[in-house]
Write a protein that binds this ligand. Structure first.
Ligand SMILES: Cc1ncc(COP(=O)(O)O)c(C=O)c1O
Length: 413
């Protein structure tokens, strides 16, 4: 039931540099297959989209392949995959589009668990439309975002509910299906930030009930591309600002300018890589039920991501127990369901000092609020540099965790 993590690591040239890459929550390394896909796409000759000649047709094939790959990863529909430079840009795009018909008296619900990219675009769009913003609160002791509060927050005036599928600093996975059910029942749309959740386990946008699901490929072994996955029929009903001659089809209608075709080839290769993790030598498939049909890319993604989840959670148990056993360390977040993302402070040192000391020992961790602006405020640590984040992804191993724990133990004053 385990990934062969040594075989996984061997796919990533960057991991040979002797560093422990515990910075995956801010962006992962890419496997050789992704690097090759990007460079091969360039080498074969690429034209702009929609032309009569083969290099242009190759760009169109790459784009269609990228949409299909993201659909396989998320359980969405390929025609509903909107591509863009990153999640933040796409979220501003959707906020601007959806807010066109918001008016005073309308309400949007955002949460203090979320990365600011799923907060500020909605708050600013609401302000411009004269709509009211309502806040879902986090319990600072546990780091939970209780779903029950949405029964009061969502009313017949709610137009949109924005919520994260997982916190990028403390890993909390809220009960998104319960929240989106309430939104749907009230006639509101839901926009689910899946940027942190996607790399850590199987994702099914229908199970989540997300009208819009945002993800970023650079968090799951791909290049710097963002995507929003939605029902194509929902997209057809929306009118984003666009250039006159650009395509009015869905999903192209939402995409501004020329797509980075070579990178899109890299996104498809990243999904193929994730789907192949359990094919590597000595890996075993966990039982993921009927949907995990090995004959389809979706099925292989589901099986592989279930193994990723299991691998990360096993390592995380060791990481968290180790940090919690140290009297000079304070960890944040105690959610019942969370990704393998540790957030902590060390007595007597600022977060940046901790990150610098760990960097000098070839351990990559992040310090600061990581744009979880509201949440670091709730935790009462924003004004003091927030905390240190060590996140696990599929290519981290027991040696990475051991190195971090040994180095943090030696920071005791
Ligand atoms: C949970 C979460 N949401 C949104 C973002 C923003 O993503 P992007 O860099 O693609 O705009 C990040 C980036 O770290 C994130 O972790």
């Amino acid at each position: 039931m385990k990934l062969n993590v040594a075989a996984v690591r061997a796919c990533y040239p960057a991991l040979a540099d002797g560093y422990a890459y515990l910075d995956g929550a801010a962006g992962t390394q890419v496997p050789r297959a992704v690097i090759d896909a990007i460079s091969n796409a360039q080498a074969e000759g690429l034209g702009n989209s929609g032309g009569a000649f083969p290099a242009s047709k190759r760009a169109d094939v790459i784009t269609a392949g990228c949409r299909a790959a993201i659909a396989a990863l998320t359980g969405g529909h390929a025609d509903g995959v909107v591509l863009g430079p990153n999640m933040t840009t796409l979220t501003y795009r959707f906020a601007g589009t959806l807010a066109k018909d918001w008016k005073p008296g309308d309400e949007v619900v955002v949460s203090r668990l979320d990365h600011d990219a799923n907060v500020r675009p909605w708050v600013q769009a609401a302000e411009q439309a004269g709509a009211t913003v309502r806040w879902a609160e986090v319990d600072p002791a546990t780091g939970e975002l209780p779903a029950g509060q949405y029964q009061d927050l969502i009313t017949e005036r709610t137009r949109l509910v924005a919520v994260s599928a997982a916190s990028n600093i403390i890993g909390t996975r809220p009960d998104v299906p319960a929240i989106t059910r309430l939104a749907k029942a009230a006639g509101a749309l839901s926009y689910v930030d899946g940027v942190h959740a996607t790399p850590h386990g199987p994702i099914d946008v229908r199970e989540l009930g997300a009208d819009f699901y945002a993800t970023s490929a650079y968090k799951w072994s791909g290049p710097h591309i963002g995507a929003v996955v939605a029902d194509p029929d929902l997209l057809r009903g929306l009118r984003p600002d666009k250039l006159k001659p650009s395509s009015d089809e869905v999903p192209e209608r939402f995409e501004l300018g020329t797509l980075p075709f070579a990178s899109l080839a890299g996104v498809s290769a990243a999904v193929a890589h994730l789907a192949s993790l359990t094919d590597l030598p000595d890996a075993a498939l966990p039982d993921t039920g009927a949907d995990a049909d090995p004959a389809t890319l979706r099925g292989r993604v589901l099986a592989s991501m279930a193994a990723v989840h299991q691998h990360e959670q096993e390592l995380f148990e060791v990481l968290l127990a180790g940090l919690d056993s140290m009297a000079h360390v304070r960890t944040y977040g105690r959610a019942a369901s969370r990704t393998a993302t540790a957030y902590f402070n060390v007595d007597g040192l600022t977060p940046v000092e901790v990150a610098e000391r760990l960097a000098s020992r070839k351990i990559n961790v992040w310090d600061g609020d990581n744009y979880a602006w509201e949440l670091t405020g709730v935790l009462g640590i924003r004004e003091t540099g927030s905390a240190v984040r060590a996140g696990l992804v599929h290519y981290n191993d027991a040696a990475d965790v051991d190195r971090l724990l040994t180095a943090v133990a030696e920071l005791a004053g």
